[in-house]
Design a protein around this ligand. Structure first.
Ligand code: ADP
Length: 634
């Protein structure tokens, strides 16, 4: 057993590496900048985790979502691996403590949100750390052409001169050839180096169904289908309405969208994950961190905005390798809806500037001030105050982010935290007036460790349960302690953060540039067109169409999507026969195996085998004793 293998089995208990995991680890171990392309669920994390555990030092992982970052760190800690995070939801003091730990605490992993990289504090502190690798997760976020660009990712390349001898590992699950090139350029790769797995999913059966009675068709589909599934819809209202409709027809279903409280969302996700709910009807907010292998179908009730999003979402079906369905149900209005989305996603520049101005007023930031300030952001409250539709705010914020004025983090659940700022003796001398408070203090101090050296998470409900006091009383005590400067107390909060990347710019100088607006509008339009093509094409295998989009132009027809099935049912026409015969002939300039003919001739498998059989009957093709096919010129 080599070193990597023994780390894999010691910490994770896995017996084997999955395809490409070891290759990626070896590539960075050889000091090469590496871009690893693996489908979602392929096991990207193991590639750098095993590597970093195999040598001294700290691996810095840059990743955009705070909630996923926390999941990963918890996962590592459960395996007794030292890992920590630094993100915008932390106080200055927490950040400073985390930097100390990263520098001197023998940690193996530091998960960092990209907006932290620009800070001087980070650049200074980086010099104290002994870093063994920089990992850029969700690396497609670095490309302006990608479907999920995040401007703060562009700062990652500023790290390279600070760590000149260190390789970078970029990882992603979706990237078109343009984006693959762009990622390497934006990260200053010393040499191009892409390790890529085929994105072909042999067990996934793609279907597109055009139906004017979409809802009725959906109902019969899920009545006939087996197992658990996801239905993706385009609006929060749709999610609830459709889940209600299915429930009325005795189907176990629930709904999920970003407007629900995080408690309710995790409850719903948990019920579905553990098969207490069979079907989850969701907006595209559902997906992060899902690791359910036995999803038998993903139905899209209307198309996604891009093939990237569609492929990711549909790809959640059949992770266990067993047969699964990815169905898109569309009606005649769906193409128009897609077109309308272009306009909706790019509000007029004046409107974007107005929203920016309102943001400054909302946070009471004067022009010229506010650079680097971090604020909690409640989109509903903001939109309500200035009478904007929420969608409009959402789309304007995306463009303001591209323009580099602001940065928005994902919403994540930050639990309450307490830090004792007096020492134990001082605490002992401090008397709370009520006697039952003593029990509370004892329980609080027992509920965690490290209260005196830094912030420790607490759970007010747990404390209430343990002490028999009401949650309100617990809050009262905590506030009392805070007022008397015994503790610092940060109550739980569940909102995203909005960061002013630059000082507030006076309105006449706010600029929405061509690159960040019109060029992106064009990219967006191209993706909508590609999605429309996927929805409307009836001649090309669905799997091939998707893989082509991601640059895999040599994949074979899947034989199981609606297009392949329709083609198999129809006999090969005379003209198709002639064209196929020509292509088979070209593939047989020298004797070749039937498999290589199938591969070389890009057409449904059944059509090729039918044509080869007819050519054999006509003694134009002969089978050699070793099984290879030979073309006889006539
Ligand atoms: P990705 O980031 O590519 O979507 P993850 O790194 O989250 O995927 O891994 C997906 C799942 O596969 C996780 O549950 C992980 O523990 C598991 N996994 C990864 N590598 C292996 C392996 N070599 N053997 C078994 N399970 C693995």
């Amino acid at each position: 057993m080599d070193e990597y293998h023994s780390i894999l089995s010691r910490y994770w208990g896995y017996e084997q590496f999955r395809p490409l995991q070891r290759e990626i680890s070896l590539s960075v171990a050889a000091g090469r900048d590496t871009l690893g392309l693996m489908p979602t669920g392929g096991g990207k994390s193991i590639t750098f985790q095993v590597f970093s555990l195999s040598r001294p030092g700290l691996c810095i992982v840059i990743t955009p979502l705070i909630s996923l970052m926390k999941d990963q760190v918890e996962n590592l800690r459960r395996r007794n691996i030292k890992a920590l995070t630094i993100h915008s939801g932390m106080t200055q003091q927490e950040v400073s403590e985390a930097f100390d730990n990263a520098a001197w605490g023998n940690y193996k992993f530091l998960y960092l949100s990209p907006e932290r990289i620009g800070t001087e504090q980070f650049k200074e502190r980086l010099q104290q750390m002994s870093v063994n690798l920089i990992v850029v997760d969700e690396a497609h976020c670095i490309s302006q052409w990608g479907y999920d660009f995040r401007p703060s990712y562009l700062r990652i390349k500023d790290l390279r001169p600070l760590l000149p001898d260190l390789p970078v590992l970029a990882l992603t699950a979706t990237a078109t050839p343009d984006v693959v090139r762009d990622i390497q350029r934006q990260l200053n790769f010393r040499k191009e180096n892409v390790l890529k797995m085929s994105f072909y999913r042999s067990n996934l059966c793609y279907m597109v169904r055009h139906r004017e009675d979409k809802l009725a068709y959906l109902l019969t589909s899920v009545q006939k289908a087996h197992g658990t599934g996801i239905i993706y819809v385009r609006s929060r209202k749709n999610a609830k309405d459709i889940a209600d409709y299915l429930q009325k027809h005795d189907i176990s279903a629930d709904y999920y969208h970003a407007g629900l409280t995080s408690g309710s969302r995790s409850q719903k996700q948990d019920n579905w994950q553990n098969n207490r709910t069979r079907i989850i009807v969701a907006t595209n907010a559902f997906g992060m961190g899902i690791d359910k292998p036995d999803v038998r179908f993903v139905i899209h009730f209307g198309p996604s905005n891009s093939p990237e999003a569609y492929f990711q979402e549909a790809g959640r079906a059949g992770r266990d390798g067993k047969k699964a369905y990815a169905v898109l149900i569309a009606d005649s209005s769906d193409s128009l809806t897609l077109q309308a989305n272009i306009k909706k996603s790019f509000p007029p520049p004046e409107e974007i500037i107005k929203v920016y101005e309102s943001l400054g007023n909302y946070y009471q930031i004067a022009a010229g001030f506010g650079r680097g300030s971090i604020h909690t952001f409640k989109i509903g409250d903001f939109a309500g105050r200035y009478h904007y539709p929420i969608d409009l705010v959402d789309n304007c914020l995306k463009i303001l982010q591209r323009e580099g004025y602001i940065e928005l983090t994902d919403e994540s659940d930050h639990r309450s935290r307490v830090h004792f700022i007096v020492n134990r003796d001082e605490l002992y001398n401090f008397q709370m007036s009520q006697p039952e408070a003593e029990e509370f203090m004892r329980t609080l101090l027992r509920s965690g460790t490290g209260f005196f050296s830094g912030y420790t998470e607490i759970d007010e409900n747990f404390l209430a349960q343990k002490t028999g006091l009401s949650v309100e009383t617990i809050y009262g005590y905590l506030k009392h302690l805070r007022t008397h400067k015994i503790i610092e107390y940060i109550p739980r909060q569940k909102f995203p953060y909005l960061i002013f990347t630059k000082e507030r710019i006076a309105t006449p100088r706010v600029n929405i540039s061509k690159t960040n607006y019109y060029d992106r509008l064009q990219d967006f339009t191209r993706r909508i067109e590609a999605m429309t093509r996927y929805m409307q094409d009836t001649t090309k295998c669905r799997s091939q169409l998707l893989l082509d989009y991601f640059g895999e132009t040599d994949s074979q027809a899947c034989g199981q999507c609606d297009v392949c099935i329709a083609a198999a049912a129809a006999p090969v026409s005379a003209s198709a026969f002639r064209s196929l015969a020509d292509r088979i002939k070209a593939a047989l300039t020298a004797p070749a195996t039937p498999e290589s003919v199938l591969k070389a001739v890009n057409a449904p498998e059944k059509d090729i085998t039918d044509t080869v059989r007819q050519l054999m009957d006509a003694q134009i093709i002969e089978t050699l004793p070793d099984g290879r096919l030979k073309w006889h010129e006539k």
